[in-house]
Ligand binder design. Structure first.
Ligand code: NDP
Ligand code: MG
Length: 382
């Protein structure tokens, strides 16, 4: 029985993780649960799974949970609560499914407590990849990918095959606006941007997919997860989202991972690997119905955010932190209707232009620069 702590339980990945736990009660047990402000959904999850350690964003939320609780559990709140659930001693593994940089400290504390991390929260690896990977090596814990591309790559790599890899090829669906020109992006609305053709996801990552920043963050995520130089990471446009990513070897062989666009597959694999479990209620891929798969070379001018992310990754040091913080702030301003779609990349570009380089940043540097970058980006609208 694998004991699981889950942070970000009320989100898209969080709910799908609970679906996997629910469908394999003989394999998995939820012992810790954390969410933000969605008390209604969170409370339903608590009643169903009865975790011993619980946390939400606010004190009022925690008080409400305590009033309704029918069994004995610890109920905490705020950043400390989030960290306590992430590093809860009774759990074997943490599923980190929060959105954004907020996931960094809980991840570090969970690694320190010796837990493996199933990581969906890519912003954590983008903003502090060197700290997270060094600490996990030191503590002998594993970072297991949940993101579908990285799960695919992990499955196409095998022991000792690293030295024979010539390229990791991440596939990109292209997001909501893949068939529009840059000119046609000027007046797109939040609702338009939230309509992803292939995947149902949280709001922030859906916007990141439309700007192609998501793929940029995934490139940096791949660098850290697989210890691969940027020169050996490529991105290919693949509209059907059937091939989730590929590994090319030095002899020209390419191994690909195929499946339906269903995040429960990589979530379940992250929890069960190296074993596989039946995916209850999962659709089988019917390739004869798909018929044909299409691929296009990536256009880095059309999808400028991808270029910005590659450049920031290669520059290293504090630059990916600036990229991530500027993007998180710009996307939230777009979602609030305060800036236009194309201003997201303008703001990120400007923040990157103006930042001061810093190599080997500490956690304190990262937290400070993250907050400062958010303030700077916010000032662009005034
Ligand atoms: P959602 O926005 O759907 O969910 C975010 C979760 O984090 C919610 O449970 C939310 O709680 C919680 N949360 C947010 N802020 C806080 C906080 N300050 N304290 C505690 N909890 C908080 O996001 P997704 O599930 O879409 O994405 C999560 C991560 O996984 C992201 O990093 C994303 O890039 C990555 N990912 C997502 C994929 C997907 O298919 N959705 C695919 C691959 C990667 P509440 O709502 O209760 O406030
Ligand atoms: Mg992905």
């Amino acid at each position: 029985m694998k004991k699981i702590s889950l942070i970000g339980s009320t989100g898209s990945i969080g709910e799908q993780t609970l679906d996997i736990i629910r469908s394999h009660p003989d394999q998995f047990q939820l012992v810790g649960l954390s969410f933000g402000n969605n008390i209604e959904t969170g409370m339903k999850q608590i009643v169903e799974f009865q975790p011993a350690m619980i946390s939400c964003s606010s004190k009022e939320g925690a008080d409400k949970i305590k009033q309704q609780l029918q069994y004995t559990a610890t109920v905490l709140y705020g950043k400390e609560g989030l960290i306590e659930v992430a590093s809860y001693g009774a759990a074997d593994i943490l599923v980190n499914a929060v959105m954004g940089r907020i996931g960094l400290e809980p991840t570090l504390r969970a690694i320190e407590s010796g837990k493996d991390i199933a990581i969906a929260n890519k912003e954590t690896l983008v903003t502090a990849g060197h700290i997270v990977t060094e600490l996990s090596k030191k503590m002998g814990v594993r970072l297991i990918p949940v993101d579908s591309e990285h799960s695919a790559i992990q499955q196409c790599l095998h022991e000792n095959s690293h030295k024979d890899v010539s390229q990791l090829i991440l596939t990109a669906s292209g997001g909501s606006f893949r068939d529009r020109t840059r000119e046609e992006l000027k007046d797109v609305t939040v609702d338009d941007a939230l309509k992803h053709p292939n995947w149902q996801m949280g709001a922030k990552i859906t916007i990141d997919s439309a700007t192609m920043m998501n793929k940029g963050l995934e490139v940096i995520e791949a660098k850290w997860l697989f210890d691969m130089p940027y020169e050996k990471i490529d991105v290919l446009l693949h509209k059907e989202s059937i091939i989730h990513s590929m590994v090319e070897y030095i002899d020209g062989s390419i191994l690909a991972h195929l499946g339906t666009p269903d995040m429960r597959v990589p979530i379940q694999y992250a929890l069960s690997e190296p074993n596989r479990l039946d995916l209850k209620g999962g659709e089988r891929l019917k390739l004869w119905e798909v018929g044909a798969l299409h691929f296009e070379k990536m256009d880095y001018h059309r999808f400028k955010c991808l270029q910005l992310a590659f450049d920031a990754g290669k520059q290293g040091g504090i630059t990916p932190t600036v990229l991530n913080a500027a993007n998180e702030m710009a996307v939230s301003l777009f979602l609030e209707g305060k800036i236009s779609f194309l201003q997201i990349e303008d703001f990120v570009d400007r923040a990157l232009d103006e930042h001061k380089a810093l190599s080997s940043p500490t956690l304190e540097d990262i937290v400070g620069v993250d907050e400062e970058t958010r303030r700077i980006v916010l000032s662009y609208i005034n």
